[in-house]
Ligand binder design. Structure first.
Ligand code: ACO
Length: 346
C-alpha cells in the first residue's frame, strides 16, 4: 500500500459538501480466523441436517470456531496487529479504536478497551458500537467522520465476533449459518491518497423482532428461567430476514453509487455481507454485478456478522482482487434492522 497513488479518476462526493482536502484512506487491513474448522459433516453429527441441505440453501461448507479461552477481544486484537503490520504503523499511533460486535467479551468494559490493552495502543480512546452485521460499515463511517473533522488522525476499526457463544447448537435453523472471526482496517488522512468516497447507513427498528437475542439486557436479565427458555441465544425469522436483506442491500448499494455518480460497471470488486449465497446472488442480480466483480468467501467462514466484510476485504486485497486505484463497493445488512454500503477508491 506504500506505492505512489495514481491520479484520481473519480471525484470525492464529500468535496461537494465542503470537505475538500480531508480524505480518509484505508492504509492497512488485516483479519484473523480461529484455527478450528467445523464442516457441514461435523454439524450433521450434532443436528438433523446434511451437507447437501446447507450448501444448497446457504452456500456454506465450513466455518471457524474460536477456542473456549479465546474471546472476541483476542480475535479483534489479532486482526488489528495484522492491519498495523500491513499499514506499517505502530499501535502507539492510534488515536481511536472502534469495535463493532454483538458478542462483546462482557457487557462492560467495552471490547475496544480490552483490544487497546492487548495491542498496546496507549494513547487511543476506545469504544464499541453495535449494529449487528452492518457494524463494520457503521464503524468506517464513524471513523471517517472523526478524521474529516480533524479530531483524530489515525482510527482503528474492527469487526469481531465470537458468535459460537450465542448459537443454540441444538437448533438446525440457525447453528449451520454462523462462525467466529475478526477483520480490521486502519483509517488515516493521507493528503495524496485515495480513500473512502462515501459510506451510507440505514436502520428500521420496526423490524427489530426479525433477528434478536432477547436475553441478557435490561429487558430480560439473566435468570434461571431465561436460561431455560433459551433467551440467550440468537433468534431469527429466516424467510423475512432473507427478503429484507435483499431489498435493503440493493437500496444501500444504489444509494452509495448514486452519491459517487458511479455505475456498477465501474466497480472492480463488490464485497457483500457474507450471510447466504442466495442473498448475495439475488442482490448481485438486481444490481447487475458480474461473477468477476463479486467477492465471496462465505463457503469457508459462514456468517461472521460484523467481521464478515472486514475479513472479506482483507482477503480480496491479499488475493490481489483489489489493487491501487480500483473502486470497491461494500454492502451490508443485519439485525436492527440495519444496512449500509461504502465505496472505496483503493
Ligand atoms: N438442515 C435441514 N433442514 C433444515 C435446516 C437444516 N440446517 N434448517 C431448517 N431446515 C428445514 C426447516 O425446518 C424446514 O422444514 P419444514 O418444511 O419441515 O418445516 C425446511 O428446512 C425449510 O425451511 P425454510 O426456512 O423454508 O428454508 P429456507 O429455504 O428459507 O432457508 C435459511 C432457511 C437458510 C435460514 C434462509 O431463510 C436464510 O438464509 N435466511 C436469511 C438468514 C440470514 O442471512 N441471517 C443472518 C442475517 S444477518 C445478522 O444480523 C445475523
Amino acid at each position: 500500500m506504500s506505492a505512489p497513488a495514481p491520479a484520481r479518476k473519480f471525484k470525492n462526493p464529500r468535496a461537494k459538501h465542503g470537505f475538500q482536502g480531508r480524505t480518509c484512506s484505508i492504509i492497512g487491513v488485516g483479519s484473523y480466523l480461529p484455527e478450528r474448522i467445523v464442516t457441514n459433516a461435523d454439524l450433521a453429527l450434532m443436528v438433523d441436517t446434511s451437507d447437501e441441505w446447507i450448501i444448497s440453501r446457504t452456500g456454506i461448507k465450513e466455518r471457524r470456531l474460536a477456542a473456549k479461552d479465546q474471546y472476541t477481544s483476542d480475535l479483534g486484537a489479532a486482526a488489528a496487529k495484522r492491519a498495523l503490520e500491513n499499514a506499517g504503523i505502530l499501535a502507539e499511533e492510534i488515536d481511536l479504536i472502534i469495535v463493532a460486535t454483538i458478542t462483546p467479551d462482557m457487557p462492560f468494559p467495552s471490547t475496544a478497551c480490552l483490544v487497546q490493552q492487548k495491542i498496546g495502543a496507549r494513547k487511543a480512546a476506545a469504544f464499541d458500537i453495535e449494529a449487528a452485521c452492518s457494524g463494520f460499515i457503521f464503524g468506517l463511517e464513524i471513523g471517517q467522520q472523526f478524521i474529516m473533522s480533524r479530531t483524530y488522525n489515525t482510527v482503528l476499526v474492527i469487526g469481531a465476533e465470537k458468535l459460537s457463544t450465542i448459537i443454540d447448537w441444538k437448533d438446525r435453523n440457525t447453528c449451520v449459518l454462523f462462525g467466529d472471526g475478526a477483520g480490521a482496517a486502519i483509517l488515516q488522512h493521507r493528503p495524496d491518497a485515495h480513500g473512502l468516497l462515501t459510506a451510507c447507513m440505514g436502520s428500521d427498528g420496526n423490524k427489530a423482532d426479525l433477528l434478536s437475542m432477547p436475553g441478557g439486557g435490561s429487558k430480560c436479565p439473566a435468570t434461571m428461567e431465561s436460561v431455560h427458555a433459551k433467551l440467550h441465544y440468537l433468534r431469527m425469522d429466516g424467510k423475512e430476514t432473507f427478503k429484507n436483506a435483499v431489498n435493503a442491500m440493493y437500496v444501500a448499494a444504489e444509494e452509495a453509487l448514486r452519491r459517487c455518480e458511479l455505475e456498477i460497471g465501474q466497480i472492480k470488486c463488490v464485497i457483500p455481507h457474507q450471510a447466504n449465497r442466495r442473498i448475495i446472488d439475488a442482490v448481485a442480480d438486481r444490481l447487475g454485478v458480474t461473477e468477476q466483480q463479486l467477492f465471496v468467501n462465505l463457503h469457508r467462514y459462514g456468517n461472521t456478522s460484523a467481521a464478515s466484510v472486514a475479513i472479506a476485504l482483507d482477503e480480496a486485497v491479499q488475493e490481489k482482487r483489489i489493487e491501487r486505484g480500483d473502486l470497491v463497493l461494500l454492502v451490508v445488512f443485519g439485525a436492527g434492522l440495519t444496512w449500509g454500503a461504502a465505496v472505496i477508491e483503493w
